[in-house]
Design a protein around this ligand. Structure first.
Ligand code: UTP
Length: 407
């Protein structure tokens, strides 16, 4: 082991990682050393509260372009959006690198079959939604898929085996996101095997850095892409590369846009789009005081009433501009399987350590402005997060059926 690496382990109190080192073969020793060498030691400092991204600036409401306002201009926005799509300026970006632990399903979330009497996979439904736009525009929308080390092969194989559900493979591109190590509550890095640390996807906020690292950015630019529509894998009803949304963002001269839904209750557990120190931002439900949650404007509307649904449009040149910014790291407590220093494997049933994640919502705050664009919740928001209860397989199925989709 190189002296510098050993010194780092000692400095950060991580020499337990060498517990099995002597009995490893040369290849495994090398592999472990590389992981140590490439570690982001900055993770340790973000555990200290003042460096966590919790302190918000000055919060003010942002409101939204309402469904009624959008309806009045639907035709005009849609035409503008379709023109951009036909000119190859709009790409879709599916964030599918998450582990979907809440769903408790073994494969990549997109391979989950939401059908009842027939097969309907989540990926299939998302691709169908995009194909509707492809048909309307008469042009293919470049479709980027972000996976992670953990689910890349399964995702690519699945889509290939299913003929990309009718999408043109020449317009579908895959890239992997970066991974971050996990540690226990005593700040000891966890090991997955004797020669490998526990790594997990580093959150959905690192997608543009991973996109660039994988050369996708160059590819997108060569194709003339100017806008990227980033969206989550789990909302089976969402419109993708939605011409009306794209057109509205362009017409309003904004550099980004976020689809939002009206909250069902002022204390609903969703992040609300707002202004923070005059810039767009997302305030989490637990960051809103009760007073703010219930505050109303002069028309009697709640001020922080529009929740984000993880469907954003970003202008590519603006993303390039923030590419060098370091994304804030969020520390989350999770159940993390690991191997202890005696070599025994554990699969905890309660959170036992920290994972580190960057969040796409922090990118929104780096944009100069963001069009808050309201969509009808019942027809565009059916997230599959949990096995049961709220935002679950059942609620998503019900919403799909209510929207005329046969299951
Ligand atoms: P979630 O916040 O639902 O996280 O992701 P998750 O990891 O998929 O699920 P849980 O919390 O373990 O149940 C929202 C979106 O961001 C993507 C997910 O795939 C989903 O589309 N995501 C999340 C990534 O692409 N990478 C990540 O590291 C995390």
């Amino acid at each position: 082991m190189k002296k510098e690496n050993l010194e780092l382990l000692e400095k950060y109190g991580q020499t337990h990682l060498l517990r099995f080192y002597e009995k490893l073969d040369e290849q495994k020793k090398d592999a472990l050393e590389k992981q140590i060498e490439n570690l982001d030691w900055g993770l340790f400092s973000c555990l200290d509260s003042d460096s966590t991204p919790s302190n918000k600036g000055n919060i003010a409401p942002l409101g939204a372009l309402s469904v009624d306002e959008i309806e009045k201009k639907r035709e005009e926005y849609t035409q503008t959006g379709l023109e951009a799509i036909r000119a190859g300026k709009v790409a879709a970006l599916l964030l599918a690198g998450g582990q979907g632990t809440r769903l408790g399903y073994a494969g990549p979330k997109g391979t989950f079959n939401i059908g009842v009497e027939r097969e309907l996979y989540i990926f299939e439904q998302l691709i169908r939604n995009t194909l509707e736009v492809v048909e309307q525009a008469g042009a293919w929308v470049p479709f980027f898929v972000m996976t992670s080390e953990k689910n890349h092969d399964d995702t690519v194989t699945f889509l290939k085996e299913h003929g990309y559900f009718g999408y043109n493979p020449e317009y579908m591109f895959f890239f992997k996101q970066s991974m971050a190590p996990s540690m226990d509550f005593n700040r000891k890095l966890l090991m997955e095997t004797e020669d490998r640390l526990v790594f997990s996807p580093n959150g959905n906020g690192g997608w543009f850095a991973s996109f660039m690292r994988a050369g996708m950015h160059t590819k997108a630019k060569e194709m003339g892409v100017e806008w990227l529509n980033a969206f989550a894998v789990d909302n089976v009803l969402q419109r993708i590369a939605d011409p009306c949304f794209v057109g509205a963002v362009i017409k309003h001269g904004c550099v980004s846009g976020a689809k939002v839904v009206r909250k069902v209750h002022p204390e609903e557990r969703v992040g609300a789009l707002c202004l923070e120190d005059g810039r767009p931002s997302i305030i989490e439900y637990y960051e809103l005081t009760r007073e703010m949650s219930y505050a109303k404007d002069e028309r009697g509307e709640y001020l922080y009433n529009f929740g984000v649904i993880l469907n954003y449009l970003f202008r590519l040149d603006k993303l390039e501009r923030i590419a060098e910014n370091r994304m804030p790291l969020h520390v989350v407590e999770k159940k993390i399987p690991y191997v202890d220093p005696d070599g025994t494997a554990h699969a905890p049933t309660e959170p036992n350590g920290y994972k580190f994640e960057t969040l796409i919502l922090d990118m929104v705050h780096m944009m100069d402005n963001c069009l808050s664009y309201e969509v009808v919740r019942e027809s565009e928001f059916a997230p599959v997060k949990n096995k049961e209860g709220v935002d679950s397989i059942d609620t998503a199925r019900k919403l799909l059926q209510e929207n005329g989709i046969k299951l």
